[in-house]
Design a protein. Structure first.
Lengths: 145, 85
């Protein structure tokens, strides 16, 4: 089962985790990304490409399900304005055993950072700027090729 | 042939709009050609597209390299490298 959601509302981790739990699987691995406020960021705005975003996330989930024989894969990504501490992204992978669940979870978060059309704009007080893509993210995504 | 263009993030802000419909001439073959042709439309286009190395593209919602031919595409999106997650 693949669940992909791109939403402006807060991510309900308990509800998403309940969806990820399956009677025929022994492991659920999850990753939660939060808005960092440690360098003066007061607001994070997430823009995306409606339609293409969902399509890219569904393709990544399908790849993870096939590669690690998952029972389920979930990606929920928030868009719009957020503040430090808010959840930006939640990934859950469900498998028979932990190794597959943990690896597939890392694969999904590494690949979605470079392979799905989201753009972050940080605000610090009155100053707003678009976040630059990082080479370290490309390297993290490339290790799964 | 008319093509629907979509712009995101600072590309959208520089151009001043998120979408427009254009009909490029027949010598515009690839996404790179299209970007070069678009620079003549306004100072905002010229600023957004000044450095193609900072641009990425999608044809009909699928990511493609900039040397990809645009023939047959109905929707072309041009945007900066993505920064989600």
């Amino acid at each position: 089962m693949i669940r992909v959601a791109v939403q402006e509302s807060a991510i309900d981790i308990a509800a998403e985790h309940a969806v990820a739990e399956r009677a025929d699987a022994g492991a659920v691995a999850t990753f939660t990304g939060l808005v960092r406020g440690d360098d003066g960021v007061t607001e994070l705005m997430l823009e995306h490409y409606p339609g293409a975003t969902e399509r890219a996330l569904e393709a990544l989930c399908a790849e993870a399900v096939a590669r690690w024989t998952l029972a389920a894969a979930t990606v929920v990504h928030r868009v719009g304005p957020m503040v430090p501490g808010d959840r930006v992204v939640f990934v859950a992978t469900t498998a028979r055993h932990r190794a597959a669940a943990l690896e597939a979870c890392a694969f999904l978060i590494d690949r979605l950072k470079t392979g799905a059309p989201f753009w972050k704009r940080e605000r610090r007080g009155v100053d707003a700027r678009w976040v630059e893509a990082r080479d370290t993210d490309d390297a993290a995504a490339a290790r799964w090729l | 042939m008319a093509i629907e263009l979509l712009y995101f993030a600072w590309v959208r802000e520089s151009i001043g709009m998120g979408a427009e419909t254009v009909a490029p001439p027949s010598d515009v073959v690839t996404v790179s050609d299209l970007i070069g042709w678009l620079t003549t439309r306004s100072p905002g286009h010229a600023a957004a597209f000044a450095d193609p190395a900072r641009l990425r593209a999608a044809l009909d919602q699928a990511f493609v390299p900039l040397d990809t031919p645009i023939a047959g595409a109905g929707e072309v999106a041009i945007f900066p490298p993505v920064t989600g997650g």
